[in-house]
Design a protein around this ligand. Sequence first.
Ligand SMILES: NC(=[NH2+])NCCC[C@H](N)C(=O)O
Ligand SMILES: [Mn+2]
Length: 309
Amino acid sequence: MTTLRNVSLIGAPTDIGAGARGASMGPEALRVANIGPTLESHGVQVVDRGNLTGPYNPWLPPVDGYRHLQEVAAWNRAVHDAVYAELKTGRMPILLGGDHCLGLGSISAVARHCKEQGKKLRVLWLDAHADFNTSELTPSGNIHGMPVACLAGFGPKELIEIGGFSKEHPAISPKWVRQIGIRSVDAGEKRFVHEQELEVFDMRYIDEMGMRHTMELALATLDANTHLHVSFDVDFLDPSIAPGVGTTVPGGPTYREAQLCMEMIADTGRLSSLDVMELNPALDEKNRTATLAVDLIESLFGKSTLMRK
Ligand SMILES: NC(=[NH2+])NCCC[C@H](N)C(=O)O
Ligand SMILES: [Mn+2]
């Protein structure tokens, strides 16, 4: 196992890119659900870096297809710098979101690190949504629906240039991404996903082929030189078990399917960075979604309920 055993928790308390308020309380809810001590009980050394700061949420309508673009950029710069600093010192960053627009700051930092270290990058995007909108395609203007497109170079300068990248030399190639659990994609967004050849394992695929086969494909061809990043949007999970998110979509993975997904990632021993996004305590029931997220993260770090040795 090469999974880093030194973890840094980074809180990013904002809902600046979301369509509902409350993901700003996500980091604290994950701490209340004991994320730190739980990881420590599995032999992980955990340091909590506390929370980043950034602009407050002015809750304004979109301008030119983007809601809160400058504020989103400021938050993502802060996330980028914090995640990059942890990777630089050999620690494994866990970003506690915050809405999923911050996947941009986190993954651009990971991509920059990989580029400098000559490593390959594989991004597993666990989500109900593809988050592949642009300002022309978005039905909402909410930037949490756009981070994957921005990372691939399709987005405003303010976002795609974070970490020294550009339209010509974006942070990631769509080829490095595997999306899992997808079941809500806007019409124009869907066309763009196909055009850019994103590899999507949607819920229909998981229904038909099973989570095991899905994860075998999503994790295929990882090698010792691959950095595995997991961007876990809590709305990946079925809303019956995870109600505490802003954009629920029925028909997501069950508890067992989600556990298997996490366990198979853990088995690779390659997990090197993680985002835990979109948890919204304002919509949760007695913190059950945060508690479930922590339970699944335990599996991601190798908790095993297996009987076999
Ligand atoms: N990270 C998320 N929860 N994204 C939801 C995006 C919803 C919708 N596709 C939009 O762009 O507005
Ligand atoms: Mn998302």
